[in-house]
Design a protein. Structure first.
Length: 329
């Protein structure tokens, strides 16, 4: 009897320590997919497609507050001591300038167009790549070259695939390391040279594996996003590894390694790697730490506090490719 009682107490302790929490819409009561949960000094996790996440008190015993945010919803802050099994977010009222975008699309609906393509910049050199982490989001600026009406139809994200054998890393005919990674994509207006308002009409995610090759082609024509006069930003953020069915797995942001002065936290790098290039003129790539530095965008350049071997080599930009539908007249 005492043994059974101990098992029950142990089970209840695990439930309390590893609480599974659901994030939902306050009106519809439907789950909110891929919400961001930040806490502590730069720590954070991402909810899965069903709005579920696990907050582990055993790993974060000193955390007293969590901050929840999601596309189209107002942010909330909540005490870790008052967490319930369900958290509800209120919708953020859309701004009026979206009406202009929809009206312009109606004008373009029946017009003929031709497709113009900008190829992605590919590179399989490990030492010319960004190592993506959960807390970082990378945005690339695309200027509008003329006054023609354009719609973004496809986005091509370049990847670097690693060979299982280090020596054969650059040999394309060697077996590649396997991975299954979930990415989130955002489209931003240009706000005085930095990413501004998010134009996504819904959350855009895709799963990438080594079978996709050197780049992943994402069709977003149904998003009906036009190229603004002052250009646009397209961003990429890793959400974590998935199982074989594309379900987001619990992913640790940091690896904890014992050092001389105690435990050292090293950011967890996810595959695939993102190749950077020196073939793009200017500073078109921006980076933000989603859970750090107030979630603010910074230009990826030498004098902005970045300690990166990429910048030392003059590799300033991530070379995303796009297809544009350019309408006639």
């Amino acid at each position: 009897m005492l043994k059974i009682l101990n098992l029950i107490i142990c089970f209840l302790f695990i439930l309390k320590s590893d609480a599974q929490i659901s994030i939902k819409d306050s009106v519809s009561r439907l789950p909110i997919s891929y919400a961001s949960i930040s806490f502590g000094n730069g720590n954070g996790i991402v909810a899965d497609d069903n709005g579920l996440f696990i907050f582990t008190e055993r790993i974060y015993p000193d955390i007293d507050s969590l901050f929840i945010s999601a596309l189209g919803y107002k942010k909330i802050a909540i005490s870790s001591k008052k967490l319930s099994s369900q958290l509800f977010l209120k919708q953020q009222v859309s701004e009026l300038d979206e009406v202009f975008i929809r009206v312009t699309l109606d004008k373009a609906k029946n017009k003929k167009y031709k497709t113009e393509s900008l190829k992605p910049y590919l590179d399989d050199d490990y030492y010319r790549c960004w190592l993506p982490t959960i807390e970082s989001e990378i945005a690339v600026f695309f200027p509008n070259e003329d006054d023609k009406l354009k719609r973004i139809s496809k986005v091509k994200f370049p990847f670097a695939l690693e060979s299982k054998d280090w020596i054969n890393r650059k040999r394309s005919n060697k077996e590649k390391k396997s991975f299954s990674t979930l990415f989130k994509v955002n489209i931003y207006l240009n706000n005085n040279g930095k990413p501004g308002k998010n134009l996504n009409t819904k959350t855009i995610v895709f799963k990438a594996t080594e079978k996709n090759g050197d780049y992943f082609e994402l069709d977003i024509v149904r998003q009906n996003i036009l190229m603004p006069d002052n250009g646009i930003f397209i961003s990429l953020q890793v959400l974590g590894y998935t199982d074989k069915n594309g379900k987001l797995l619990p992913n640790k942001k940091y690896k904890e390694i014992k050092g001389r002065n105690g435990i050292i936290k090293i950011p967890t790098n996810f595959r695939p790697l993102l190749p950077f290039t020196d073939k793009i003129e200017g500073q078109r790539t921006f980076v933000k730490r989603v859970f750090i530095n107030g979630n603010n965008w910074q230009t990826f350049k030498q004098d902005n506090g970045f300690k990166s071997s990429l910048l030392k080599k003059g590799l300033n930009n991530y070379g995303i490719g796009v297809d544009l539908q350019v309408f006639k007249d």
